[in-house]
Ligand binder design. Structure first.
Ligand SMILES: [Zn+2]
Length: 196
């Protein structure tokens, strides 16, 4: 599926979900059995692990439709890039979406650390460490909530930047074979806003 067609399919699915008219496609037993013989997901989603932002539901898609990578704060680390590259090279995915969501706890933790209000311990620190560079332009403040929406978007753009820097992605973009976009989900309504 071409990337523009895939993008339209995602947007249409989200509109159905927001209207409460989800079709819940591709969930029948016959369809799932057929997937055993191969599948071609039409989009790859790098989203946050937060339970309020499940891509298959937000985009009203079913089994085999999406290649989904979920990690706190939708951060990009080398193994995440490996999964994304796999989706493009072996599954033929042409559309890649970095999906953040409002109120993201991982981004909030990074903002707190950025403001010197807390320090995360153990492996949580490694997630925060990956988000912190996205927040460089933010003035440390005690009013974290006033910055959270902008920080979520900045973090999506930061992850996008990692994807765009992949040599294979650059080449595919030049040839207009792929589309790589950022988006933010409003969890209260389910509306997914694609970034310009
Ligand atoms: Zn989150």
């Amino acid at each position: 599926m071409e990337c523009e067609e895939a993008w339209l399919r995602l947007k249409a699915g989200n509109e159905r979900f927001v209207r409460g008219c989800s079709l819940h496609p591709h969930q029948a037993k016959d369809w799932r059995l057929a997937l055993a013989y191969g599948h071609r997901p039409f989009a790859t989603i790098l989203g946050c692990s937060d339970p309020t932002a499940p891509p298959e539901l937000l985009f009203d898609q079913g089994f085999g439709d999406l290649f989904v990578i979920r990690v706190a704060g939708n951060v990009v680390a080398p193994d995440i890039l490996g999964s994304i590259q796999y989706a493009g090279a072996h599954l033929g995915t042409r559309l890649f979406v970095v999906l953040g969501h409002d109120g993201c706890g991982a981004v909030r933790a990074a903002l707190e650390e950025h403001a010197g209000r807390s320090t995360q311990a153990g492996f949580i620190a490694s997630v925060v460490h990956l988000i912190r560079p996205a927040l460089q332009a933010f003035a440390p403040t005690d009013d974290l909530l006033s910055q959270l929406d902008a920080a979520v978007e900045a973090n999506v753009r930061w992850s996008l930047r990692h994807l765009l820097e992949m040599p294979s992605a650059r080449k595919a973009l030049e040839q207009k074979h792929v589309k790589i976009v950022g988006a933010v989900c409003e969890t209260r309504t389910g509306v997914v806003r694609f970034l310009e």
